[in-house]
Design a protein around this ligand. Structure first.
Ligand code: FES
Length: 179
């Protein structure tokens, strides 16, 4: 056994500059392994299992909360009277939930369309620019066509979610998120 075994106090050895540098270092900075709180493999395993279980539970809980808060698609909501939205104009509303912005557009030619204003790239809020008759996402300069909601510029690759409309008299209703 060497004279300075881990777990034991360093044994006094020859003193002076003749001693090897490591021996001198151990004498100057004695380290008592017994006093250290080592993490055993078992404790590390317990920690890993508990941490994984906690993360799994949190993810599961968030998924359940998200599912519970999911708005009902297919709710019927009166949006606007036809005469209130001029041709080439827009009317903003929330659909299908109170915090989900959407826009009703009166296209040149008389047709009405409605879209969710959540950008299909990274979910920024899109807005209608009436000068160019386009739907713009300011985050990364995404541009969507008003007639179809298709992306025409920027990073978005999917069209905006379209909202199905129904007309009763002179009132337009949002009836569902179009498939
Ligand atoms: S979030 Fe709309 S373009 Fe990136």
């Amino acid at each position: 056994m060497s004279e300075n075994t881990p777990g034991m106090s360093p044994q006094p050895g020859p003193v002076g500059p003749d001693r090897p540098p490591f021996e001198r270092w151990r004498t100057s900075f004695p380290f008592h392994w017994d006093a250290d709180e080592l993490v055993s493999r078992r404790e590390l395993l317990y920690f890993t299992v508990y941490a994984s279980a906690t993360m799994f539970s949190a993810t599961f809980l968030l998924a359940v909360l998200g599912w519970l808060r999911k708005p009902a698609h297919g709710e019927v909501l009166a949006i606007a009277r036809i005469g209130d939205v001029p041709e080439g104009g827009a009317h903003y509303f929330d659909y299908p939930g109170p915090d989900q912005q959407a826009v009703l557009l009166h296209l040149p030619g008389g047709r009405f369309v409605a879209y969710s204003l959540r950008c299909t790239h990274l979910s920024c809020a899109v807005y209608f620019k009436d000068e160019s008759q386009e739907l713009i996402c300011p985050c990364h300069h995404g541009v969507f066509q008003v007639e179809t909601g298709d992306p025409v510029a920027g990073p978005p690759r999917r069209r905006l979610e379209q909202i199905a409309l129904r007309q009763e008299g002179d009132v337009l209703y949002a009836v569902a998120i179009a498939p």
